[in-house]
Design a protein around this ligand. Structure first.
Ligand code: THU
Length: 163
């Protein structure tokens, strides 16, 4: 028996003003997207902004449904919109943020597992790591250089080849 450990890496910034201007602008677009979220059931508004390799920014926000599971998270709305409109263009960065009507979010959002898996698909699809910028309404900013740092042991296409 061997006990093993996996390390993940991320950078933490005290304030978003420490990000470069391009990343601050992208986070701002994610914040604007969160303002437009449709979240009447949770009152939790999430916004995502993707910077594609061709310079285009694609945004998304959570879209809820009275039949709860029919809704979709902001990250997947954005990433599938990019996949639909720019199927051959890699994603360089995704900025994700959130706000709530019910409480103040003072720490970075941590994307749900399904969205992590969706982001991992696009890293594999384009053979390119996606930088992930996570922010709350205020507080620290967390940055990962790849989804591997948020989703260790992710399900990979190689597993299908063994079936
Ligand atoms: N949500 C997102 O949009 N992204 C996440 O990473 C986590 C959760 C949404 C889903 C739902 O509309 C609301 O936030 C509360 O869970």
């Amino acid at each position: 028996m061997v006990k093993k450990e996996l390390k993940i890496a991320f950078t933490e910034y005290d304030s978003e003003t420490e990000l470069n201007q391009m990343e601050q602008d992208l986070l701002q677009k994610a914040r604007q997207a969160s303002d437009l979220a449709y979240a009447p059931y949770s009152n939790f508004f999430v916004g995502a902004a993707l910077l594609l390799e061709n310079g285009v920014v694609v945004t998304g926000n959570n879209q809820e449904n009275v039949a709860y599971p029919s809704g979709l998270c902001a990250e997947r709305v954005a990433i599938y919109a990019a996949g639909a409109q720019y199927p051959n263009v890699a994603i360089n960065i995704i900025a994700i943020t959130c706000k709530s009507k019910l409480f103040h979010v003072d720490e970075p959002l941590s994307p749900c597992g399904a969205c992590r898996q969706a982001i991992s698909e696009y890293e594999m699809r384009h053979h390119k790591n996606i930088r992930i910028i996570l922010a709350g309404e205020t507080g620290k900013i967390r940055v990962m250089e790849s989804i591997a740092d948020l989703l260790p042991f992710m399900f990979k296409a190689e597993a299908l080849k063994r079936l």
